[in-house]
Design a protein around this ligand. Sequence first.
Ligand code: NAD
Length: 381
Amino acid sequence: MAESRKLRMGMVGGGPGAFIGPVHRIAAELDGKIELVAGAFSQSAERSRAAGETYRIDPARAYAGFEEMIRSERERPDSIDFVAIATPNHLHLPIALAAFEAGIAVVSDKPATATYSEVLKLEAAVAKASVPYALTHTYAGYALVREARSICANGELGKIRKVAVEYLQGWLSEPIESTGQKQAAWRSDPALSGPGGCIGDIGTHAFHLVEYVTGLEVTALNAVLRSVVPGRKLDDDCTALLRLGNGAEGVLVTSQIATGEGNGLRLRVYGEKGSLDWRQEDPNRLHFRRVDGLEELRHAGGSYLGSDARAVTRLPGGHPEGYLEAFAVLYREFADALLAAGKGRPVELPSTLPGIRAGVRGMRFIDRAIESSQNEKWVDF
Ligand code: NAD
């Protein structure tokens, strides 16, 4: 961007009662580099207008659909710079393709698409596009996840030998999709969610965290997917064994019928010299245990943290940062890259920001896990 101004964001999704759209808006605007100016917030024109009012945008820019938003915005001198996708999964691909076609950048929520074949189309479109694509794997934005990633990259754990990741929620313990609960309804409908239920919704976050922190790729897996709640069309529970590129083994446990759990994401990484333990519900502390028994507790905001963690910290130690700030880190990295590139110059997104590669890996994970579970065997990645 040649001129000094905020980036202009157009959002799809985030209508009245939505979960993640309002989070995108708060996170995008937190650092003062982005402003929400347009949106197609709902599949209903009336609800999109109502959302536009609550977001305090120009009523003329609260559109009835994403096609109309992109068509109208591209004609404006003050057009949106990027689209934020916060809809159910089946719309991620068509919205991203329409944005790229118009030369508009994309920040999409996960999973990247609804199916594996779709993500290959998206990957090809990103490769051809003149504008960047980022994927909001929220947990990559936490300072102590960045610290854990640096510790692994620096070799401080020695050779990684074992990984245990769990992502346990309890909110789908009952068939609330049949009561009309909005978030549950589309998540348990294969036409809107894709073939993965829990494995796609939160399993992809757990899977991403493993590869993001360890820097290792999963090369094979053996998964058991179940639909525990009677009548549910997609999996709501998954247990998987993982094999990693360096020969390490891991276990990934993810469930939305883990009664009583809130957002229980936890990653443990065990190396020959030490181990790490991070929990999303206590995100400002990272346990680092050494092979000689010495235990360290690293706190967010600590002056001793590595540069990657300090770079995404806004507050001094003892002032808790959480979900919104982590989400905002991803937006800040995206905005900084766009603003630094200037008009017409290629945008280099930082390697700390998840992008299309993470999107393809995540969709592959869903695809492989389903195949493994159906055939009751290990599958290669
Ligand atoms: P939600 O049901 O709360 O919200 C979806 C919104 O999309 C609603 O406002 C709905 O009206 C709107 N919508 C549906 N069809 C539309 C259309 N054709 N045009 C415009 N708007 C339309 O769902 P949610 O929980 O907010 O999830 C949305 C997406 O975000 C999903 O892909 C989900 O996987 C992802 N998500 C990510 C995280 C994260 O941590 N990164 C957390 C939750 C959800």
